[in-house]
Write a protein that binds this ligand. Structure first.
Ligand SMILES: [Zn+2]
Length: 199
């Protein structure tokens, strides 16, 4: 027999499906949501509803945004000669928090991972090549994660872009091989951008 009432049990199940949340944590969260003021709990529900309804990918860089263009692509204060390529929107957020990069971004929405059946055509690489062809970039910075797949993706893209008269660099390896941008601290990321190397 289920030890919780239907609605509570349903919420525990849903929370328990989130990454990093085990059964015990899911129960703790569910009871927390029952205890806090109703407005606070419903604000969470509303935030979830809004990200699903209103948030989409920027039509230029594939960052997350509300509307057609993200705030970075809309800004007049960015250096439009530098383009930084990242795997995921959360990597872009980490780089933005470091405040060490003033250029534009391109989010791949993944990395080439043959073992998982993810090829170049499932990423935003075609759009990237079009952007580089039509833009006036002088430097493209590869900021894929320093993993086997991230490096492979970076190599694939730098080969594609080699026909254009631009410098291709990659982040310095202050970030330990295998570690992920998402978890690197601000100073490490700033160092990695400042010390970027020719690819
Ligand atoms: Zn954008």
């Amino acid at each position: 027999m289920d030890k919780h009432a239907g609605a509570v049990s349903e919420l525990v199940d849903q929370l328990g499906r989130l990454p990093g949340i085990g059964r015990k944590s899911a129960e703790r969260l569910a009871f927390h949501l029952l205890r806090i003021p109703e407005g606070e709990a419903l604000a969470l529900a509303e935030a979830i509803r809004r990200i699903r309804n209103d948030v989409r990918y920027c039509s230029v860089c594939f960052n997350l945004c509300e509307g057609d263009l993200c705030s970075i692509c809309r800004s007049d204060n960015r250096d439009s000669t530098r383009l930084c390529i990242v795997e995921q929107p959360r990597d872009l957020m980490s780089l933005e928090q470091s405040q060490a990069f003033q250029g534009l971004y391109h989010v791949l929405l993944g990395r080439i991972a043959p073992l998982e059946g993810i090829g170049p055509d499932q990423l935003t690489i075609d759009a990237l090549v079009d952007r580089v062809r039509e833009g006036n970039f002088s430097e493209v910075i590869m900021a894929t994660n320093p993993t086997v797949e991230g490096d492979g993706t970076s190599l694939y893209i730098s080969n594609l872009l080699s026909e254009f008269p631009i410098q291709i660099t990659r982040l310095a390896r202050g970030i330990t091989a295998g570690s992920i941008l998402e978890y690197a601290n601000r100073e490490m990321i700033a160092d990695a951008i400042t010390g970027r190397q020719k690819l």
